[in-house]
Design a protein around this ligand. Structure first.
Ligand code: 16G
Ligand code: ZN
Length: 550
């Protein structure tokens, strides 16, 4: 069969590097860029099969996010714009590691049969390709194109240099039959931001949040994209630094991952910025954290992390829902019942979880990794999820959006301009602004800015919603990270036997102590997280647990 011959010939040009094994991991395949050619080619084949299997547009993004500039990676976006279904991950692993073209093709043919995928059929579908600014991206993108053209009936559409969330957004929009260009993306988020700013209650305008926002672009793709978006924005003054020109190296001493893990200001920020509202994106702009420089000499910052962004969004959305469901509102219209759920991981600072629960919100936990959080959040009418590292978004169910639209229309005719109507309009604007496909630093940043203006809050006021418990993260190099198996959203170790009891015994020694360990999904290490009422206690708890893991 011609299709099979084609695949065989194309893949023989991409031998796998010897002695390496690849795993799809939490966020796709990642490695040193120099060894990724065959992995990218083969991932593109998987993406093409995924597209044939679903009969829809699929995305393929070449990025290694916050990792060093010499690394790269590849991940696949499903037709709904989310991460590729976990069900296909073992297949992706087998494809990436098949030793030679024959076993590769055999694997594909067998999988296609099982999944009823029309190899060489007349069906046609497309893959949207994107890459970040890494120098290795261009060549790897060419490898991806070859992988796609090796599968009959699938075409590659090169969308150029994009943030990861832009690509996910485009895939989602395309499959919904909506406009899906980069200009459409910018217009949608700029317009909905404007809408939220116009809806800031007049009496609050006097509290106007003063001063500009300074953004660290991690020397990656996000800074340049924000420059493009900025020209379409009104009502916000932004200065962008670390855009990747002037010799700055991607993710080196800059970016959301660095700022969040090291708790210091990124390079390019200093004494002149003390007290100013600052934000940091990661290398592919799917993570966002805020910070305020405290001391110019030591570079110390007040970190406003993903947990606080989550809390800010939760307070705002809860307030809009309570306005809509006010008792007095019953005379005008019936309320708008909504199940609001908050999704966190074990890394969420304990103080954030306490705060959210005190607000009466339902808080649930999943293992680390966007695919788990996203799935859980999609079970609610409104699901808000964030990792402490700044990756997160707000999901609205289709059913809720249609009820909200109907409610908005009803209120527009009965009480246009009332607080009820405005609350409905605000929620609708949020559904347009926030990226429903995946966490998105650019749209998240605009939502933060709109909500701060709504409440009239400075970054300091926002940061004081609650006080983080001191915490410490350590990593332990191990021979085999799979020896550690966890349960209950990574909060309990089930293997090796007995280790959890040791962790518990150490934890109870410290006031407000909490500690967990987990195998990294991206590196060959075990991560240890500890928190307690003082920094010394958190450090000592983490240290003592490390001794037992090593
Ligand atoms: C990946 C995940 C991120 C997670 C991190 C954990 C996505 C898009 N990214 O970057 O959510 O926090 O891995 O890394 O899912 P670790 O397993 O090495 O701790
Ligand atoms: Zn990222």
């Amino acid at each position: 069969m011609a299709a099979i011959q084609n695949l065989l010939e194309a893949s023989s040009l991409f031998p796998i590097p010897s002695g390496l094994s690849f795993s799809y991991g939490t966020a796709g395949f990642r490695s040193d860029a120099s060894v990724l050619s065959s992995t990218v080619f083969r991932s593109a084949v998987v993406a093409a099969l995924r597209s044939l299997a679903t009969g829809a547009t699929v995305g393929l993004m070449i990025t290694a996010s916050h990792n060093p500039v010499g690394d790269n990676g590849v991940k696949i976006a499903d037709p709904d714009g989310g991460m590729m279904t976990q069900r296909w991950e073992p297949f992706a692993d087998r494809v990436a590691n098949a030793p030679d073209p024959h076993s590769l093709v055999q694997l594909i043919v067998q999988f296609a049969e099982e999944e009823d995928i029309p190899l060489g059929g007349m069906k046609s579908s497309e893959i949207l390709l994107g890459r970040d600014t890494r120098p290795s991206g261009e060549a790897l993108l060419e490898d991806a194109k070859k992988g796609i053209s090796a599968v009959a009936g699938v075409v590659a559409v090169d969308m150029g240099i994009l943030t990861t969330p832009q690509l996910h957004w485009m895939v989602r929009s395309r499959n919904k039959g909506m406009k899906a260009s980069e200009f459409d993306y910018f217009s949608q988020i700029a317009n909905s931001f404007r809408c939220l700013i116009d809806l800031v209650p007049k009496e609050l305008l006097k509290n106007k949040v003063e001063g500009k926002l300074i953004v660290d672009g991690a020397n990656g793709v996000g800074g340049g994209k924000l420059e493009e978006l900025k020209v379409m924005l009104t009502g916000l003054e932004i200065e962008i630094r670390n855009v990747g020109r002037d010799g700055g190296v991607l993710n080196e001493g800059v970016g959301a991952d660095y700022v969040q893990k090291e708790k210091v200001a990124p390079s390019g920020f200093g004494s002149a910025d003390v007290g100013t509202r600052c934000a940091s994106l990661d290398g592919d702009a799917d993570r966002l954290v805020y910070f305020r420089v405290l001391s110019p000499s030591s570079n110390t910052i007040d970190l406003v992390d993903g947990d606080k962004i989550l809390s800010l969004f939760a307070v705002f959305i809860k307030e809009q829902l309570s306005i809509l469901n006010k008792k007095e509102n019953k005379d005008i219209a019936s309320g708008l019942p909504a199940r609001l759920g908050i999704v966190q991981t074990a890394y969420a600072n304990g103080a954030s979880t306490d705060y959210l629960k005190q607000l009466g919100l339902e808080v649930v936990f999943t293992p680390t990794g966007v695919k788990y959080l996203h799935k859980k959040a999609s079970e609610y009418d409104i699901g808000i999820y964030f990792e402490a590292n700044g990756h997160g978004t707000v999901l609205f169910s289709e059913d809720f959006i249609s009820r909200l639209e109907a409610k908005q229309k009803e209120l527009a005719s009965s009480c246009a301009g009332s607080e009820y109507h405005n609350a409905a309009l605000r929620l609708l604007a949020v559904t347009q602004l926030i990226n429903q496909a995946v966490g998105d630093a650019l749209s998240g940043l605009l939502l933060v800015e709109a909500v701060l203006q709504y409440f009239g809050w400075s970054i300091q006021r926002w940061s004081e919603l609650y006080h983080d418990l001191p915490s410490r993260q350590l990593k332990v190099k191990v021979a085999d990270r799979t020896a550690v198996v966890t349960a209950n959203a990574e909060t309990q170790v089930v293997k090796p036997l007995g280790l959890q009891a040791v962790i518990d015994a150490e934890t109870v020694k410290h006031s407000r102590g909490r500690c967990f360990i987990r195998p990294s999904g991206t590196e060959d290490i075990i991560r240890v997280y500890a928190e307690a009422s003082t920094q010394e206690a958190a450090d000592s708890l983490a240290q003592s647990v490390v001794q037992h893991v090593a």
